[in-house]
Design a protein around this ligand. Structure first.
Ligand SMILES: [Zn+2]
Length: 365
């Protein structure tokens, strides 16, 4: 019997989510190390500091040092943390904050060969659980994806912290997570058809599809609850969808057209929306490329509209329509994730799909 490839799943060893979870950090963290070094940005550190330090101390695993000056995930910053944490003989890194801080923490821990615990303070990203770090320059130019030898040992999501962060982060996180319900199936189909080495695991595919269902069922309610400062079942469900389900078993692959369209559009001047917001728009374009039924596209579009996610180009910022062919060309770069689509996508078909999204958005208005 021949085997076409390997079903690969990479995920955190532990995931803990709930209101007040941070108070338990010491008990969980000490399973991985007793000399933690904390990495974060300034705002995040001020939000978690008292409970984090008290929790670690109570578990007899007090913080041995910290760096709360992360503003960008750069190799310079990672090396600085490796030096400082190494000098203090830290045996565990705890990364607190948004994507940049946790990516920096993950990469530093990887270089040190010690485990990392991530404690997100907002919901715009699922970086907390991923086994890679996106490296930038100090002036926010993309350098490369740094792949870790393992995913975080623990992702600890205190819903009182992420659920009460500014609501725009939650919406951005939903926009990004929305894509997984479409990109992962496209990726899976493509890998299978091409007999690639990396096959999507059926479990990962199911969880990504379930992520989409949770977002549709609870997304709008979760936003309302977060606006009122209420940690409800809907909000908990959506936080889990963003933080765990969207990247479940990602294994270093799984993006497709939605992220490629994001990458194309954000190469243009004038796009003001954040990552998850542009990815949500890219998902609508992918749905058109896939020739999905109009009713299905309209349902997702209505959901996006109600959440305040962009459904037309003018909502992305000040985008010059004459530059769209450049974005479409870039989206179809063979090195980008458009190549994970199970059929050929050309710059022309991307432009046609964008026009169709525009038309559907007009009908919806
Ligand atoms: Zn994304």
């Amino acid at each position: 019997m021949t085997q076409d490839g390997f079903r690969k799943v990479i995920m955190p060893a532990r995931y803990i989510q709930g209101a007040g979870a941070l108070r338990e950090i010491g008990n969980y963290a000490k399973q991985f190390g007793f000399k933690p070094f904390v990495v974060s940005g300034k705002t995040a550190f001020s939000r978690v500091k008292s409970e984090l330090l008290a929790g670690l101390k109570a578990a007899r695993a007090p913080m041995v040092g910290h760096d709360d000056s992360v503003t960008e995930c750069t190799y310079e910053k990672i090396d600085e943390i490796v030096r400082d944490a190494g000098r203090l003989d830290a045996d565990l890194i705890i990364g607190c904050g948004g994507g940049k801080a946790v990516d920096t923490a993950k990469a530093a821990a990887d270089k040190l060969g010690i485990p990392v615990v991530t404690v997100p303070t907002q919901c715009a990203t699922n970086a907390d659980q991923m086994a890679d770090a996106v490296i930038f320059t100090e002036d926010h130019r993309f350098v490369e994806d740094y792949y870790l030898s393992r995913a975080p040992a623990l992702v600890l999501v205190d819903t009182e912290i992420v659920g009460l962060a500014p609501v725009r982060f939650l919406v951005q996180g939903m926009g990004d997570a929305l894509a997984s319900g479409f990109e992962k199936p496209a990726y899976a189909a493509s890998m299978k058809a091409r007999k690639c080495d990396d096959l999507a695991a059926a479990s990962a595919l199911e969880v990504n599809l379930e992520c989409f269902s949770v977002l549709m069922a609870h997304g709008i309610q979760a936003k309302k609850d977060a606006e009122r400062g209420d940690i409800t079942e809907s909000l908990e469900a959506v936080i889990e969808a963003i933080k765990l389900m969207s990247g479940f078993g990602f294994g270093g692959g799984g993006c497709a057209a939605a992220h490629a369209i994001h990458n194309g559009l954000t190469s243009l001047p004038g796009v003001q929306r954040k990552h998850g917001e542009v990815v949500a728009y890219g998902t609508l374009v992918q749905m058109v490329l896939e020739d999905r039924p109009t009713g299905e596209i309209e349902r997702v579009m209505r959901w996006c509209k109600e959440l305040g996610l962009p459904i037309r180009l003018s909502e992305l910022g000040d985008v010059d329509p004459d530059l769209l062919p450049i974005a479409a060309e870039k989206a179809c770069n063979p090195k980008d994730t458009m190549s994970n689509m199970p059929f050929l996508v050309t710059p022309m078909s991307v432009l046609d799909a964008m026009r169709e999204v525009e038309r559907l958005a007009g009908v919806l208005a």
